[in-house]
Design a protein around this ligand. Sequence first.
Ligand code: NG6
Ligand code: CA
Length: 509
Amino acid sequence: MKRREFLQMSASACAAMAAAGFGAQSPQQRPNIILINADDLGYGDVSCYGADRIRTPNIDRLASQGRRFTNAHAPAATCTPSRYSLLTGEYAWRQKGTGILPGDAALIIEPGRTTLPALVRRAGYATGAVGKWHLGLGAGNLNWNEDIRPGALDIGFDYSFLIPATGDRVPCVFVENRRVAGLDPADPIQVNYRAPIGSEPTGKEHPELLKMHPSHGHDQTIVNGISRIGYMSGGKAARWVDEDIADVLTSKAVSFVEQHKEQPFFLYFATHDIHVPRVPHPRFAGESGLGPRGDVILQLDACVGEIMKTLDRLRISDNTLLVFTSDNGPVVDDGYRDQAVEKLSGHKPAGPLRGGKYSAFDAGTRVPFIARWPGKAKAGASDALLSQIDCLATFASLTGQPLAEPDAPDSFDVLPALLGQSNSGRDYLVEQAGALSLIRGEWKYIEPNKGAQIERNTNIELGNDPQPQLYNLRNDLGEQQNLAEKYPERVAEMAAALSRIREQGRTRR
Ligand code: NG6
Ligand code: CA
């Protein structure tokens, strides 16, 4: 055998061995990975993060068995940019068109790029996405009655079962792989975000047909007695039942785990809860005493419990890294009159933090983040700074996959912090709401922004100010004291650092 051939052969043998779990990473170090991404769940919404008006026993148990991070962030204060960043390792604000998407938007992640699922798939993982997508589907002008492409299957997932956008946006159907699930071809779906389509009633014209009324927006096509954002017609047999969404998604997540228990798998489980419309299954309705928002927190907790139970039943808990987090901070009234405000009863969805969903204040992005990997991730609390944007580089490190230079430009490997081998995560992090913020160590700088200071409908403090803001998060977690005037040099320095981060186009070294 010639030397070159021999080298080639050993290279491919090595690759095969690496894929099979030998070599640098032992099989035990290539755990299954489940990433549960809740929707709009606040830092203070679960009892292991201090909630005392509601109990979340399953999430609490996960926290007691794993690492509970107190300074972990979603990359943005709304869903689409947060999830874009999570899956690509790139700050969403670097790309146009990554704001909250309508339900008929085209896919915003370029097929072929190194995404979180594509990366772990290279390491031999089976990859699945179950739940809320909100990253667009198709290439524009999508026909929902034909094969849907590009979609999740084109950016690294082997299997997908998706809510295309959000529960409050049409189309109110699930998409399984390339097709709308349960669609009757004789009753085709049409979707429009500009003008009414078909003859179905809207919430605006027929409020008498509603079982849940909007408080703002959400007055277009009525599906299951709830008016949504956008217009749709047809697809009646395929429409979801709001009360059953959590159970349907959990059963799809559980089946994926069961089917792939023999090989390493990565499951991205993006729950609908606790986003609006909040319509709990009857077994949770009224159980929290805090109205539907509290009830769907209990429902979410039960879903997490089901996943944990499944891992125990299949005896794979010890070889599974289970991460639980949320895509952005909390909101109470997000557009439906669902008693969330009236029944809050002293519950503090943001805990000690200021602001909420949509906000540049910390409640916008600082979220629960728990990582359990029995025997590998040290149980306990950690205040290491980390972001969901780091999942990509961290899982690359975990699975022994190299990253090419253009990949995941803003993702840092924080594996030592995740496992509790170290308590330092990142040094700094950019956060996205209307304004960008830079967090560095104990300091947070919010750049000047002329936007509204309070969002009228949701009554959330957005953290916008035409003047720069500087907070010391160590002494003033609630961001009450703007120290910008007191420390102008620090402000100038952090503003310059943020400009450099913008201009350089990447931060991963
Ligand atoms: C807003 C919606 C809100 C929610 C949000 C997206 C109105 C008035 N408000 O525009 O209800 O759907 O978009 O939430 O329509 S997210 O969690 O997906 O980012
Ligand atoms: Ca969200």
